[in-house]
Write a protein that binds this ligand. Structure first.
Ligand SMILES: Cc1ncc(COP(=O)(O)O)c(C=O)c1O
Length: 423
């Protein structure tokens, strides 16, 4: 019988450069108190969740860090729709969409998304990350310029990096975030693009609708007006705005009255969004916009052509979540009331929270290790809030990000504020 030479001595000798540098990074993260610990949950996502302790036992904690903004992740109809989808269509499509992976629930969901967003068409992906990654590499051509907010989500940044890498001659620039300064900065970027003789094609301006770490919102009417001046197309990732912003929860464009000829009427050319937050909390993402843009993504998008479809069961749950949202707009109002209550209580307790209608209430603590330590202490008090630091936010801008849901009661919010006061 032959034996494989797998002695510990041999393993030590074959240590790779990857092993060495990765272990050094991990040591550093542990020393600096920056190691991320994955909390294990054993219940549905809701206002409170069942979390595993270090000794293996479980306890209930209040959850203020999920994106379950409307409390639909554990809604009986959303669950039942998924179960029915699973029974009828099986585990998955076993195919990309253009081969044999397009099922009637995809069509139903995409129709529901387009109607809800007020666009001609939409197309779904396994995540909003993938949806964003499909946008710029597919829609841009050499001579185009993409102008991006400095605080845009990582997947927008990567989509732009991909577009400029695989299509030489696609240009990019970054403008300052969405303050008065930001408006000046965007205008300057648009002027520079028009003055650049290499920019011969389309100018794109891209922003988050709701900035995921700040909880602030993009000034879409001002951006639309500037885009019109420069014949630029406006792209909005509203992953934290869909289901949250506007009376009917249709998103940041509804908040600004930019739907169906509203008071400050105007268009957003293309939306990206997620089905993994307010809209059922499952998974999945979408692009919504003109039929032309969606058809181009279907014909030419690499994530479209080379990656499996959204599982049908998830499509069924997400369609039901949108149906419940449209039937029960009072959920959006309840979320708004909770957000207002939380911000007022946090401010009264001396915390510096941005005045914003969004469900994201960041408390800036600057230091990453401090944010993680505070989050740990909160958990001991039975409140689950994550501390974010570098590389999720810039160095020195670490924060506790409290996220409010329609599933919370005022009592839950009081408990959050009390725990924060205690630490
Ligand atoms: C603004 C924004 N876009 C995209 C995503 C990615 O969403 P998904 O989890 O569906 O990939 C997120 C998630 O954090 C987000 O906040």
């Amino acid at each position: 019988m032959t034996t494989l030479s797998t002695s510990p001595g041999t393993a030590a000798m074959t240590r790779t450069p990857f092993d060495t540098r990765t272990d050094a990074l991990f040591d550093q993260l542990r020393r600096d108190g920056l190691w991320k610990h994955l909390q294990m949950l054993d219940s549905p996502m809701d206002a409170s969740v069942r979390m595993r302790r270090e000794d293996g036992s479980f306890r209930d904690v209040l959850c203020f860090c999920s994106n379950n903004y409307l409390g639909l992740a554990n809604h009986p109809e959303v669950i039942d729709a998924g179960i029915e989808g699973l029974k009828k269509y099986g585990a998955g499509t076993a195919s990309v969409r253009f081969i044999c992976g397009t099922f009637t629930p995809h069509e139903t969901l995409e129709h529901a998304i387009a109607q809800y967003m007020g666009t001609e068409a939409s197309y779904t992906f396994v995540s909003a990350w993938t949806a964003n990654e499909a946008v710029f590499p597919t829609l841009c051509e050499p001579g185009d310029m993409i102008i991006s907010d400095e605080l845009n989500h990582a997947c927008i940044i990567d989509s732009i990096r991909l577009a400029t890498t695989i299509k030489k001659g696609v240009h990019k620039s970054v403008y300052r975030n969405n303050t008065l300064e930001g408006e000046k900065s965007l205008r300057a970027a648009l002027q520079a693009a028009r003055a650049n003789k290499d920019v011969t094609g389309q100018i794109w301006v891209v922003t988050d609708g709701v900035f995921s770490m700040e909880g602030s919102i993009a000034d879409l009417p001002a951006m639309r007006a500037m885009c019109d001046e420069y014949n630029a197309m406006l792209v909005v990732d509203d992953s934290h705005g869909h289901g949250v912003m506007g009376t009917l929860g249709r998103g940041t464009h509804e908040h600004w009255g930019m739907i169906d000829g509203g008071a400050r009427s105007g268009r957003v050319d293309l939306f990206t969004g997620t089905l993994g937050k307010a809209l059922g909390g499952g998974a999945g993402g979408f692009v919504a916009g003109s039929r032309r843009a969606i058809d181009l993504i279907i014909q030419r998008g690499r994530p479209t052509l080379f990656s499996n479809a959204l599982p049908v069961t998830v499509a069924c749950s997400a369609t039901k979540a949108i149906e419940v949202l449209r039937r029960e707009p009072q959920r959006v109002q309840r979320l708004r009331d909770n957000v207002q209550y939380a911000r007022t209580k946090l401010k009264a307790a001396g915390f510096d929270v941005l005045p914003s209608p969004t469900a994201i209430c960041p408390i800036i603590v600057h230091d990453t290790a401090k944010a993680i330590a505070m989050s740990k202490r909160l958990l001991e008090l039975g409140v689950f809030v994550i501390g974010f630091g570098y590389p999720v936010v810039p160095e020195g801008h670490a924060r506790l990000r409290c996220q409010i849901s329609a599933a919370h009661t005022m009592g839950h919010i009081d408990a959050l504020v009390d725990a924060l006061k205690r630490i």
